[in-house]
Design a protein around this ligand. Structure first.
Ligand code: 5GP
Ligand code: ZN
Length: 145
């Protein structure tokens, strides 16, 4: 990257941090009190947890659309996958890696599975805390409904 571009990027990052400071390393306390999935991540709302990580947690969807239907979320609150991507701290990579680990543990990694991020109301997003749907265990068609 050209040094000027790098300097501009660093300035932009600094400005973003003033507006929206990140939590200190090791502190994942970005929660929204009225958020259902923040409540599940905090253990305040019951869920069938299949993976309990430091930054990521996975639990079964209450209304499964396939024999495996698991939701993988960051413990921190981000409203959607684009917001999570722009955080740029590797959390999105970790979420996808854990989604794959869920697929392995569920025995659907070889037969095939989908990772779906519904984003926005028109795409069917109903919970405003980013979540990857991991779906598998049945044949799937394309295009999706
Ligand atoms: P979206 O529609 O936002 O893409 O996905 C939200 C998902 O959360 C839906 O598949 C829905 O079934 C699931 N869901 C909604 N409320 C609960 C709940 O209280 N517990 C669990 N485990 N899943 C939920
Ligand atoms: Zn939340």
């Amino acid at each position: 990257m050209h040094p000027c571009t790098r300097a501009r990027a660093a300035r932009g990052q600094a400005e973003r941090e003033v507006l929206d400071p990140p939590p200190p390393p090791g502190h994942y306390d970005r929660t929204v009190s009225e958020c259902l999935f923040c409540g599940i991540a905090a253990g305040e709302i019951p869920a069938t947890v299949v993976l309990d990580g430091k930054r990521v947690i996975a639990f079964r969807d209450v209304n499964p659309q396939a024999s495996t239907h698991v939701l993988v979320i960051p413990r921190d609150h981000y409203p959607n996958v684009a917001a999570l991507a722009s955080a740029g701290d590797g959390l999105l990579d970790e979420l996808i890696t854990e989604a794959h680990q869920v697929a392995v543990a569920e025995g659907i990694a070889d037969s095939g599975y989908r990772i779906v991020f519904n984003t926005g109301p028109g795409a069917g997003q109903t919970v405003g805390h980013v979540h990857a749907h991991v779906l598998g265990g049945r044949p799937m068609t394309w295009p999706p409904g």
